[in-house]
Write a protein that binds this ligand. Structure first.
Ligand code: BMP
Length: 212
């Protein structure tokens, strides 16, 4: 049984609030990232938290520890409850994000293997295993692993154990189905298949039911 996270990669406040309001009650969290925040500013978090849904900032943080800490302070200060970071900058950079998240009562998720075909160039294989081990050692709350490669996500579950969560993108527009991964993960991430749907609420409802 997996939660449903809406990847709200729309542009502008009007569209973001329209989709978020439509999906209220059907999604367990909203993931925001550069497309939305660069088009609206971080103030969009307050507009979305009116719906009282947890907001996770997918900024795939990847810098030196001090810069990572500064980014996290802005994210959690704006009202987000989670941050998604990369691990490839090293254990000190990763620790900065985990520590900042926990200092603010939030959660930190670590990208280990990505869902798109190009992930096979670097963000996969032994590198993914190593980053999952780094995420566990850093005390991260969970990892990001691909619904498009369920066997890899199952393997990464074995690396991190059951105490950490896995959120899994790739369902819908990228071709994966909720049934492919729901037994391995705690949440599926769906973007275009919901926010581009004629009826986002109905689409979210269907994904939520299928993820259960
Ligand atoms: P969509 O369902 O429209 O493909 O959106 C997927 C979302 O998950 C996007 O926000 C994307 O940036 C994110 N994502 C992904 O697709 N694959 C990954 O490996 C990691 C991601 O964060």
């Amino acid at each position: 049984m997996a939660d449903l996270l809406l990847a709200l990669d729309v542009k502008g406040k009007t569209e973001a609030v329209r989709v978020a309001n439509a999906c209220t009650g059907e999604v367990d969290a909203i993931k925001i990232g550069y497309p939305l925040v660069l088009s609206t500013g971080l103030g969009i978090v307050k507009d979305l938290t009116n719906a009282e849904i947890p907001i996770i900032a997918d900024f795939k943080v990847a810098d030196i520890p001090n810069t990572n800490t500064l980014i996290c302070e802005e994210v959690f200060g704006a009202g987000c409850s989670g941050i998604i970071t990369h691990a490839f900058c090293g254990s000190d950079s990763l620790a900065a994000c985990v520590d900042a998240a926990h200092d603010h009562g939030g959660v930190c998720f670590v990208v280990c293997e990505m869902s798109h075909p190009g992930a096979l160039d670097f963000l996969s294989g032994d590198n993914a295993v190593r980053m999952a081990e780094m995420a566990k050692a850093a005390g991260a709350d969970g990892i990001i692993a691909p619904a498009t490669r369920p066997e890899r996500t199952a393997m990464l579950r074995g690396v991190i154990g059951d105490a950490m969560k896995i959120y899994s993108p790739g369902v819908g527009a990228q071709g994966a189905q909720p049934e492919d991964v729901k037994k391995y993960v705690d949440g599926i991430i769906v973007g275009r298949a919901i926010y581009e749907a004629t009826d986002p609420k109905a689409a979210a409802h269907e994904f939520r039911v299928r993820a259960r």
